[in-house]
Design a binder for this molecule. Structure first.
Ligand SMILES: Cc1cc2nc3c(=O)[nH]c(=O)nc-3n(C[C@H](O)[C@H](O)[C@H](O)COP(=O)(O)OP(=O)(O)OC[C@H]3O[C@@H](n4cnc5c(N)ncnc54)[C@H](O)[C@@H]3O)c2cc1C
Length: 471
């Protein structure tokens, strides 16, 4: 009698076996950035020196020092150049070029973009007033007659004026007091018109700009700067968007974590080739009829693996609430990852991780990347014990890494009177505090209290890292 393989456990029948599931593995970490600050400053310096060199060669400095209308016109010219260069620099910074973003992080780029924006608007105002005034004075009139004459008789001046008005509106909409009153989406779309504003100003620079109208080299230098900026932005922004659109990633589940906090779990073949570290974030676009047109930044809240990424999300407004209602199978577009809020910043040193509310999201993922040698001290600040998301995971991971978890629950008023981040309390409760790196993520007030306390307790500023959840 022959014996069938079904009766013989040692005989394998491949066709009867479950299809092989590829092993789940941690996604690779992003490659370290090779960008050097010196190189970037050299490129920026070269552009500024050549541009000002052209201005100087055309007698810009002599005119500036000549007095009267010439001085006014010289001020207008030089501030026009400053405004244009700052605007181009600002656009480059906000286009999230990977090789720069990986080095400094998106929030530093946005902070720098803000300064470039302020410079652009202020320089533009000086340029517009000085040049219009000089134009009016040169024809024996006033600033008003100068403006009327420019608008009526000079090519591209209507466009340039529209661009200036747009820039001022963008500047005003970013003024913190106004920014907090307008919905994020309105602010964002107003901000997008910055590209148009820069473009509208370009024509009058070539036709009226004393430096570019008559000098072929200067004309091509200036045109090349604008073309190079446009190509750079398209490469960085559209490249990122296209890459994200080609990755197939879907919602796999939504889970409840704590009061008003849930998790969005996503997965798909698109994850396999991604490089992500705990603490980084993606701009998440959930492709439903209501949500596809907007992307919201969310940090990964667990070590990303080939089987999925988890985002822990607080139901703050309409969109975050709707995102947590997405059905399994819904397509998700992930742009990123972005940010340098990763464990690499600590270079293996012991760490203190501080989270406020949903700031637990990147802190939880960072904790997973810590080693037992880093003995992580995790401090979670919440109003109510029930607000701590992923508590069991935190306890398990802290224990496995020789760390400690402190939950500070209570109302803000109590903590104001008994500040847990006062230097004395920090030094007493964490004796080796000065040798630790600190990672903090939470509301701005918590972040600043932690950063001030840590600095006073002896932690060097460069060892304090924070992720800002606002713009
Ligand atoms: C780098 C980063 C990482 C973040 N990680 C997380 C996270 O892991 N979990 C979490 O719950 N939240 C996170 N946030 C905050 C989250 O993006 C906002 O709470 C969310 O976008 C709110 O959207 P909403 O329309 O529901 O709320 P709204 O009431 O419309 O907005 C609430 C606040 O979020 C800001 N906001 C709204 N839309 C955006 C947007 N597209 N981009 C930037 N800010 C926006 C608004 O300016 C406002 O201050 C992160 C933010 C940043 C900048």
């Amino acid at each position: 009698m022959s014996i069938t393989s079904a009766q013989r456990p040692d005989v394998q029948e491949p066709w009867r076996q479950e299809p092989m599931r590829p092993a789940v593995r941690r996604l690779a970490r992003p490659r370290p950035s090779r960008t050097r600050t010196g190189d970037l400053l050299a490129v920026a310096g070269f552009i500024v020196v050549v541009t000002l060199g052209i201005w100087w060669q055309h007698g810009g400095l002599t005119g500036l020092l000549a007095g009267g209308v010439s001085t006014l016109s010289g001020i207008g010219q030089v501030f026009g150049l400053i405004a244009a260069l700052a605007a181009l620099g600002g656009l480059v910074l906000t286009s999230r070029p990977r090789f720069i973003e990986r080095r400094y992080g998106q929030d530093s780029l946005l902070a720098a973009h803000r300064w470039f924006g302020i410079t652009t608007v202020l320089a533009l105002l000086v340029h517009a007033v000085a040049d219009t005034w000089a134009w009016g004075a040169a024809t024996g009139g006033t600033i008003v007659t100068g403006l009327v004459d420019l608008l009526a008789n000079q090519a591209w001046m209507v466009a340039a004026t529209a661009g200036t008005v747009l820039m001022i509106v963008i500047g005003l909409s970013s003024w913190r007091r106004l920014r907090q009153r307008i919905p994020y989406e309105t602010w964002y779309f107003v901000h997008l018109t910055g590209y148009l504003a820069v473009l509208l100003g370009f024509g009058h620079q070539l036709t009226l700009g004393a430096d570019f109208a008559t000098d072929t080299f200067a004309f091509w230098w200036w045109s090349a700067l604008f073309i190079a900026t446009a190509v750079f932005i398209m490469y960085a922004r559209i490249g990122d968007l296209l890459r994200s659109l080609t990755r197939r990633i879907y919602v796999t589940a939504v889970s409840r974590e704590a009061n008003g906090i849930g998790s969005l779990h996503v997965s798909g073949p698109g994850l396999r080739r991604m490089r992500v570290a705990g603490g980084q974030y993606f701009n998440v676009r959930v492709m439903t009829r209501d949500l596809w047109w907007q992307a919201h930044p969310f940090s990964v809240s667990a070590a990303p693996t080939t089987s999925g990424i988890r985002f822990t999300i607080k139901e703050l407004g309409e969109d975050s609430t709707s995102i947590l209602r997405a059905r399994p199978g819904t397509r998700v577009v992930l742009e990123g990852p972005y940010g340098v809020f990763t464990v690499e910043q600590a270079g293996g040193a012991p760490v203190v991780l501080v989270a406020g509310g949903v700031g637990i999201s990147p802190i939880r993922a960072l904790l997973e990347d810590c080693t037992p040698q880093q003995r992580p001290i995790v401090i979670v600040r919440v109003r109510d014990e029930r607000d701590v998301a992923h508590r069991q995971e935190l306890e398990r991971m802290v224990e496995a890494r020789n760390g400690v978890l402190h939950v500070l629950a209570g109302r803000r008023e109590w903590f104001t009177r008994n500040d847990p981040f006062s230097p004395d309390i920090l030094r007493t409760s964490i004796p080796d505090i000065a040798g630790r790196h600190v990672f903090v993520c939470g509301p701005a007030s918590l972040e600043s209290a932690v950063m001030t306390g840590m600095r006073k307790a002896g932690v060097p500023t460069r060892n304090i890292h924070h992720e800002r959840f606002g713009v």
